[in-house]
Design a protein around this ligand. Structure first.
Ligand code: G4P
Length: 527
């Protein structure tokens, strides 16, 4: 009979929990759909092509997302593949939702960096890469859209190194691109996967080892053959060799080429990914590393309300870090010291929800949230420890918000509180008008989402008056602070929801002036 310890270790070994990071339009939705298809998680993935024809990828949840065609929310999806249980954390691609994405990355054990072969390393990829590389998680690169003409593959590798500062090791190599795209040469298995423009996987195994078999020349033609031999020679001599330890430490990224829309190279990538990507490992906490086989524990990395109009509710997403989760179990919430019974936990498969009976480290579960959770909360069955706080990002855009319908004041307040707890906005108020609401967001588009959601979910009409401030600093001092003395033409003294003094500044210059004028105060980017 297996013990609980053995059961957990066995389940942990099977788990792969990762996020896909990319710049919008690189093909993340397309790749996610194809991965889900291989896992048999969805019978038919809504073709991304159909988006404009009102067919949407199944991982899209919110109306606004559909309207704009951008991914605003984060969804978690689970499927089985080749004896592994895979959890994909889908992340909003739009730059204005980067804060949400950054937090989600804390729940991933590895990342897949998706790059458009024609665009190379783009702005949003750089930002997300930095967050992953700070955590030291392994990063696997998939270079997409090889069926189109793009940058030279060697130049793309150079870009990874120059722009991101990461060494790379191509695991396969494209044979041509665009109309001439003929397939990929697998450097490990010495085989060619032929591109036929359909979804069949066709391999060619050379009789002689390496590229010496004349049949390869016959297959792909002189020009592509010579180019392939030249490139592979160069990689063999000057490229970085594959080194699993460096991959695990996030110092070397294995690179794969393909075309997500044609499913080409995707399964090959998935096979390699599940064998190389790490299973969940011990998590740092206030009492040191928490082993995966300890009692149940996890942390909340996202809160989201009204994800699906059919279920008007709020869900806290929890990443399981240790132990076995069982439905109905009672856990400690460290922040409040309360005990909570986890009665109706849910797991996600795109839009469908299932009640989850058990879950193991690496899994993401959705907890029904009647307003008790906050982002970063640690829940554990035994003991009292906390996982490190999630990264916070200071807001860079500010606006004054007023309620236009006095009859809806209660809904207005409720909506603001809920959206703040979800981490969508930060709420400030001035000393003079405690009722006046000033919102701070990391990405400007969040104001629009905020307005849309207050109307759609709470029936409250609001007016948004944009403010010129660009920086927020928490003001710290040994003595109580009179924030009115911080207010001038370019600065506004306010309080956050915990009544901590904050100053909003129009520019760095204004902040520098405050720092010089009030040397007794500390101006901090975090609370
Ligand atoms: P995202 O989630 O990263 O924003 O990207 P998404 O999957 O929505 O893909 C963005 C565009 O790139 C889509 O085209 C999609 O069809 C296309 N695409 C994805 N993978 C590939 C690929 O391997 N090759 C080629 N050629 N295109 C790919 P779109 O212009 O938004 O839509 P549509 O005009 O094609 O319908």
């Amino acid at each position: 009979m297996t013990t609980l310890y053995e059961e957990i270790k066995h389940e942990v070994k099977k788990r792969r929990t990762f996020a896909i990071i990319s710049h919008p339009d690189a093909g993340k939705t397309t790749l996610t759909e194809k991965l889900l298809l291989f896992g048999g998680a969805i019978r038919m993935a809504g073709e991304v092509k159909g988006r404009k024809a009102q067919k949407f990828a199944r991982s899209d949840w919110m109306e606004i997302e559909k309207e704009r065609g951008i991914s605003v929310t984060t969804s978690a999806m689970q499927f089985d593949y080749g004896g592994h249980r895979i959890n994909i954390l889908d992340t909003p691609g739009h730059q204005d939702f980067s804060e949400d994405t950054y937090r989600t990355l804390t729940a991933a054990d590895s990342a897949v960096m998706l790059i458009d072969s024609a665009k190379g390393v783009e702005v949003q990829t750089i930002k997300l890469f930095k967050v992953c590389s700070q955590r030291g998680i392994p990063i696997f690169t998939f270079i997409n859209k090889m069926d189109r003409y793009g940058k030279e593959p060697l130049d793309l590798l150079e870009e990874l190194e120059q722009v991101l500062g990461i060494r790379s090791c191509p695991m396969n190599w494209p044979i041509g691109m665009g109309d001439e795209f003929s397939g990929i040469y697998d450097r490990k298995h010495h085989r060619i996967e032929l591109y036929r423009g359909d979804s069949q996987r066709v391999f060619f195994y050379p009789k002689k080892s390496g590229l010496d078999d004349p049949a390869i020349r016959e297959l792909i033609g002189d020009t592509l053959y010579e180019k392939l031999c030249e490139d592979i020679d160069l990689l063999d001599i000057a490229g970085d060799p594959f080194d699993l330890e460096k991959v695990q430490q996030g110092q070397l990224t294995p690179v794969y080429f393909g075309s997500a829309i044609n499913k080409f190279g995707v399964q090959t990538f998935l096979d390699e990914f599940v064998s190389l990507a790490p299973a969940p490992s011990p998590h740092d906490s206030s009492i040191g590393p928490v082993d995966t086989a300890m009692g149940f524990s996890g942390f909340v990395f996202k809160i989201q309300a009204n994800m699906n109009p059919a279920h008007r509710d709020r869900i806290a997403f929890l990443r399981v870090c240790s132990g076995k989760f069982e439905r109905g179990m009672t856990v400690n919430q460290l922040r409040t010291g309360k005990k909570i019974k986890l009665a109706q936990p849910q797991q996600f498969l795109a839009q469908d929800r299932d009640i989850v009976e058990v879950a193991y480290p690496g899994d993401i579960i959705g907890l029904h949230d009647p307003g008790i959770y906050r982002i970063g909360d640690t829940l554990c069955a035994e003991g009292s420890f906390e996982f490190p706080p999630l990264p916070q990002f200071p807001p860079e855009h500010f606006a004054r918000v007023s309620n236009l319908n006095a009859m809806k004041y209660k809904q207005f307040q409720k909506g603001i509180n809920q959206l703040e707890e979800e981490g969508t906005v930060q709420v400030f108020h001035t000393a003079v008008h405690a009722e006046e609401v000033i919102l701070g967001v990391v990405g400007e588009l969040q104001f629009e989402v905020f307005k849309y959601r207050l109307k759609g979910e709470y029936g409250a009409d609001i007016r948004i008056q944009y403010l010129p401030y660009q920086l927020a600093r928490w003001v710290k001092s040994a003595d109580p602070i009179d924030t009115s003395r911080l207010t001038n033409l370019s600065c506004l003294g306010v309080f956050d929801r915990d009544e901590r003094p904050v100053v909003l500044c129009e520019h760095e210059y204004a902040l520098n002036w405050l720092e010089r004028t009030y040397p007794d105060l500390v101006f901090s980017v975090t609370p």
